[in-house]
Design a protein around this ligand. Sequence first.
Ligand code: SAM
Length: 294
Amino acid sequence: MSTAENPTPGLRLDVVTIFPEYLEPLRHALLGKAIEQGILSVGVHDLRAWATDVHKSVDDTPYGGGPGMVMKPTVWGPALDDVAAGTGAATRTAELTSSLPHLHKPRHDDLTGSEGIDDGVDKQPGADAGKPLLLVPTPAGKPFTQSDAQEWSKESHIVFACGRYEGIDQRVIDDAANRYRVREVSIGDYVLIGGEVAVLVIAEAVVRLIPGVLGNRRSHEEDSFSDGLLEGPSYTKPRVWRDLEVPEVLFSGNHARVDRWRRDQALKRTRAVRPELLEQVELSGRDREALEGE
Ligand code: SAM
C-alpha cells in the first residue's frame, strides 16, 4: 500500500470504518474504472482490527452523561497512526478492486489521447505538504462544497474516519493534527447514522474531478457550481416527446446563441432555487438583462 512517503500516482483513499462493506459502491462505475486505470486506489480498514478487548468494542459511555455512546480514542488513535504510516493492522487492509472490467469499454464522450493523470498541478506545497489529508465527516463540520472537491482532487492521499453513535472522542481529531492535515466536514444540514455515506458522497465528487477519470473534461467544467451557477435543463432525442418540444434554439447550430441561452437558463434556475448563490457571481450587463427580462 502507499504511505505518505510513497504515494501511488493519482489518488490513494483509505477509509476507516466499523462497516467495511458499506464502501463497496466505490468499486463500481467510473470509480471502478479509475481503480483499473491506476488513477485511484482504495483501502478499507475495519476499525475493530485496533480494538484490544475480547468484545472488540469501539465505543463507551459519554463523560458528563447523556444518551448514546462515543467512539474510543484508544482504538481510533492507533488506527489513524497506522493508516498514516502504513504500519500494523493497516498493512492487512482490504484493497478494493474494480467490480467489472471497464477498461475496454470506451465511454461515448472519451477523447482520443485524453488527459493523463499528471496535469502539472503541484500537490499541496507548504509545511504540511508530506502529511495526508484526514477528512472526518460530522454534521458539526464545515459544509463540503464543489470547491473543496476541486482542491482535494489534487491530493495524493486522503484518509476518511467514519464516525458512528454520537461520534468520535474529540481528542482523536485534535491529536491527529500531528500526522495529518485535518478537516471536519459536513455533507449537509441533517444527521446520518454514520460517516460511510458521507465518504461515498465526498469520494465520488472528488474522484470525478481527477484528470483522466471523466473522458471529456468539459463534462465537469460545465456542471453546476463550476461557474457559481446551477446548470440549466438538458435535452436529448426525440425532439418531441408527449407533445413536449425541445427548445428551438438548441437546433439553431449557432453556438453563441446556444451558450447564451444556457447561461440565461442557469441564471434563472439559480435565482429560483438558490438565490443566495447569485450574490457570489459576477454578472455581466447581459446577465442582468436576462434576469430582469422575466
Ligand atoms: N452527535 C453528532 C452531532 O449531533 O453532531 C451526530 C452523530 S451521527 C448520529 C453519527 C455519525 O454520522 C457522525 O459521527 C458522522 O460520521 C456521520 N454523520 C452524520 N451526519 C452527517 C453529516 N451531515 N455530514 C457528515 N457526516 C455525518
